[in-house]
Design a protein around this ligand. Structure first.
Ligand code: GLN
Length: 274
């Protein structure tokens, strides 16, 4: 078939028009901002100017699978949700517990870690043996955290809240509060690293804390992140990283955590519990 000069130009123009939107969409890959906490060991923290932690490592692998280009932005825990809302960061990653109450305002990825809350007290405290001994006691906890919400429900406890967990641990060491409630793995890290035998964990861990990546409602990334989490769980990356940071293989893998969480959230009866 003979194609005239004019038709050739039309075809060329059409080709350019078809390619253009794709080219401009792919050529410059967007770098998103991911907020992390600067002091939430061993998940996300700063040390010698470096961003470190289990979540920092795991996120790198997840983002790679998901094809997400990112920059980590360290900040205080209290700033994370504010920054998400104002658009300062696109996602947040800092042991963020999924809860029904928070789900009303935020979107969560599938959970990738399961833990609990614990009570800490001075090593020489013989009275506080667990969460049921906190009536009339001064209990320290972190502002806006799930532990803070839990503590608020303890009848008669005198709650003191702080924005940095380091201050709570100092209060415990100085015996200026009776007890503290916080996430188990972070507390465990403190006991091993900085408590110098002055603080102990009492009773059993309670409250299920499942950590997930969090973003604004209807953001563009959570779907991709979920695929990334699935991929790193299946190819052994999750297990390797977990073992590196926690010294043993995981008890539960992310797919099981997700199933249990979905079941429980559907059957949740405690209204407003964070
Ligand atoms: N897991 C707790 C929460 O989501 C604490 C997280 C943190 O302090 N980084 O509130």
């Amino acid at each position: 078939m003979r194609v005239g000069n004019r038709s050739k130009w039309s075809i060329a123009l059409l080709a350019v028009l078809l390619v253009m939107p794709t080219a401009s969409g792919c050529g410059k890959k967007e770098t998103i901002k991911v907020g992390i906490e600067q002091n939430f060991r061993p998940f996300t923290y700063m040390e010698d100017g470096e961003k470190k932690g289990f979540e920092v490592d795991l996120w790198q692998a997840i983002a790679q699978k998901a094809g997400i280009q990112y920059e980590l932005v360290p900040m205080e825990h209290g700033e994370l949700l504010k920054s998400l809302k104002s658009g300062g960061v696109d996602l947040a990653l800092a042991g963020m517990t999924v809860s029904n109450a928070r789900k009303n305002n935020l979107d969560y990825s599938s959970p990738y870690f399961q833990t609990g809350l614990v009570v800490l007290t001075s090593t020489d405290n013989g009275v506080i043996k667990g969460k049921d001994d906190l009536t009339q006691k001064v209990v320290a906890t972190k502002n806006g955290s799930t532990a803070f919400n839990y503590a608020g429900e303890i009848q008669g406890a005198k709650i003191r809240s702080y924005s940095n967990i380091a201050d709570i641990y100092n209060e415990l060491k100085n015996n200026t509060v009776d007890a503290a409630i916080f996430d188990e793995r972070n507390a465990h890290d403190f006991l091993q690293d900085k408590a110098q035998g002055q603080v102990k964990m009492v009773g059993q861990a309670f409250n299920k804390e499942r950590y997930a990546v969090v973003g604004k409602k209807r953001n563009d990334y959570i779907g991709k992140v979920n695929k990334g989490i699935e991929a790193v769980s299946k190819d052994g990356t999750y297990e390797t990283m977990y073992t590196k940071w926690f010294g043993s293989k995981p008890d539960v893998m992310p797919d099981k955590i997700k199933k249990d969480m979905e079941y429980e959230m559907q059957h949740e009866t405690v209204k407003g519990r964070e």
